[in-house]
Every structure is written in C-alpha cells, then in structure tokens.
Design a binder for this molecule. Structure first.
Ligand code: PLP
Length: 372
C-alpha cells in the first residue's frame, strides 16, 4: 500500500488548507466583503431585469471560452482603451484573482538560468502569493516591510538582485496593512525587476490611486483586479491586464471555460449598472473614516491609515487572541493576524461594514477589552 508521503510532495503535505470559519449568524467582518447584498441595492426594476436575464442563460451549453463581451467591458472599466499602447494590451479573466496568481506562478521560470522560478513579495502581505508558490513548486521570498509598513526599498532591491525573481507581487493597497506604497519606491522596484511585476489592485475601489497608466510605460508590468471587494465576491471574477505577449502565454494554461455563464452574464450586467456599487464603495469609505476615528479614540490601541475596505489595528496592552475569541462569542467575526507574521504582533483586522455592523463591532470590542 503506497503511503501519502511517497506520492504527495513535501511542500503540499506541510500546507494547511485555506481555512474559512463558518460564520453562522455572526456579523461577518473578516473577509473584506461588501456588506450590501446583491441585487437588493439595485434601484428601480434592475433586480428583476437581472433575474430575468439569468433565466435566459443557456446552461446546457458551455460558456464563451474567451468571455469576449465581458473582457471588453472589463478592459473599459479598467481604462485600458485610452492608454497610448491600447492595441498592445489585453486582459485575461480568472476564477477570482487567486486563479490568475496561480496561472502566472505556473507559467514562469528563472529569467537567467531557466530553472525553478522565484516569486517575491513584501511581507506582511497577501498570503496566497506564498501559498501558491508552494502549490506550483516555485521558490518564495517574502521581504519584510519597513517601519510604518512602507516598502523597505534597500531590502527589496537587494532581494531582487540576489533572487532574480520571475514574478513580483505588489498589492496596492496592501493586505493586511491597508496602505499604498510610495510611488517612487514602487517605480524603483518595477525598474529593477528582471521579470514580471504584478500590481494587485484588489482594493482599488477604496483607494486614491491606481497604477493602470503605467501599463503604457512598463512592458513587464501587469495590473490585476477583482470584482470581489466591490460587492460580487460570490461571482469569483478576477482580471489581469498587460501586454498581449504575456497574456497570450498565460491563456494557454488557463482551463477552458474557467468563467461560467452565470458569472459572465451577471458581471456584464453589473458593469452596465456600476452606479450602485460605486455608491456603496463611497459609503464604505465614509464608514472607514468613522470606524478609524472610533478605534483611534480607544486607549492602548493603534490603528493604521487605510486605503482599503478594512482597518488593521494593534492592541498595545491586551491579548489579540482573547479579544478575537470574545468578539466571536459575541457574534462578530474579524481576522486575527497575531501569529501570522512578526510585524503583526497583537494585530487584528476588521472589514468595514455597514454603520450598524460597525457599531455592533465597537460595542463588542469594548466588552472584549474590559474582560481581557
Ligand atoms: C491583495 C489581494 N489580492 C487578491 C485577493 C483575492 O481576490 P479574489 O477574490 O479575486 O480571488 C485578495 C483577497 O483577499 C487580496 O487581499
């Protein structure tokens, strides 16, 4: 009888499956979702229109493998047609941006030796970059951030020189720290990279800057986005924009029909009616300011500025694990980051919810802090 260890790679056996707690009836402020239910917030008879269209989708047929109509609408949403090199650019869609990270990681090799690729990202950062590197048997280098969660530019440049990464991921804004990198630092990293650089704009709806314009300037740059944070996490739709020559190769390893018909239809519908989703993002930005102020007013708590739909905070004199547990017992789910990285000591991350949800969270936090 063959043992698991004989057949399954060590890196895979050492991984833990991505754990998502069952929320039950809890207020869900742990996963950076939009709190407003689709299609409830659509004005007029749009919800009905959407549902009617859904019924006309030919589920007996395979979907359009290239999702052509949706890709074109997304390219416009990202502002690609107005770029000077629009004809050289394209877009590839993934089952969430997670799938696009995986496709990129599967495709690359070391830029000089052609051997196993290295993937590099600043840390603390989005955990899937490192996990996916393991899935595909690539090396992964996490470069610690500097004080205040800025990029440590000398450390980044040194790591790039040493490891010659085939792929660099830069979440902009970063998860879980919520900040945008300084543009000079970002530019220095892009210019020093020997391979592809992916600017991951998952939280762009809540941020003051986008680096899409750089697609006209840097041939090795790719910009990735997702519909997950603007209210459509259930659709699983991510997009990667960049020069056709790269995306042509990525497309070869994309499984056919990775974007199902219901997602293609619903996302196209949403893009034709973006106003409610844009208004929700604006409301969440206002809620972010209010929540940030309320957290800042709490003794022995440090909250960092955020350009995303979540706030990272540190408990200076309480135990983050106990507070996290107390919040869960009171029906409020947020993310415990203590233990995930040395720079996240006693840190928790809360997704910005509706005014009522944030209020409930603050009340539960006050209870948790009193009892811990
Ligand atoms: C920086 C960043 N990129 C990508 C993703 C994944 O998004 P998707 O839902 O499109 O797979 C996340 C999700 O939390 C994220 O934080």
């Amino acid at each position: 009888m063959t043992d698991v260890s004989q057949l399954i790679r060590d890196e895979v056996r050492e991984l833990s499956a991505y754990h998502v707690p069952n929320p039950g009836d809890a207020i869900k402020l742990d996963a950076m979702e939009n709190p407003y239910a689709w299609p409830a917030a659509l004005p007029g008879n749009l919800a009905e229109l959407w549902a009617e269209g859904l019924q006309t989708q030919a589920l007996n047929r395979y979907p359009d493998p290239a999702a052509s109509a949706l890709s074109q609408a997304l390219a416009e949403w990202m502002g690609l047609p107005v770029l000077a090199n629009a004809d050289d650019l394209d877009i590839v869609l993934g089952n969430g941006s997670d799938e696009l990270i995986q496709l990129l990681a599967m495709a690359v090799k070391h830029p000089q030796s052609g051997a196993r690729a290295c993937i590099l990202a600043p840390e603390p950062g989005f955990v899937m970059y490192g996990m996916i590197a393991k899935f595909v048997n690539a090396d992964y280098v996490g470069v610690p951030l500097a004080e205040g969660f800025e990029l440590d530019l000398p450390a980044m440049l040194a790591a790039i020189e040493t490891h010659q990464p085939a792929l660099i991921f830069l979440a902009y804004p970063n998860n879980p720290t919520g900040n945008l990198w300084s543009q000079e630092d970002l530019q220095a990293v892009v210019e020093a990279a020997p391979g592809l650089v992916v600017i991951d704009e998952a939280y762009t709806a809540f941020a003051a800057d986008s680096r899409v314009p750089w697609l006209a300037q840097y041939p090795q740059l790719l910009v990735m986005r997702t519909l997950s944070k603007v209210g459509l996490a259930g659709l699983r739709l991510g997009m990667l924009a960049g020069q056709k020559k790269w995306l042509h190769e990525i497309n070869k390893i994309r499984l056919p029909y990775n974007i199902n018909s219901l997602t293609q239809y619903s996302a196209s519908f949403a893009l034709q009616h973006m106003q409610p989703l844009t208004a929700q993002a604006e409301e969440l930005k206002a809620q972010r300011s209010a929540l940030s102020e309320a957290l800042a007013a709490i003794d022995a708590l440090t909250v960092w500025p955020s350009e995303a739909n979540f706030l990272l905070f540190r408990l200076e004199s309480a135990d983050a694990a106990l507070v996290h547990q107390s919040l869960a017992e009171q029906g409020v789910l947020i993310k415990k980051l203590h233990g995930a990285h040395p720079q996240l000591r006693q840190c928790l991350r809360v997704t910005v919810g509706t005014a009522a949800e944030n209020e409930r969270f603050l009340e539960a936090l006050a209870v948790a802090l009193r009892s811990s």
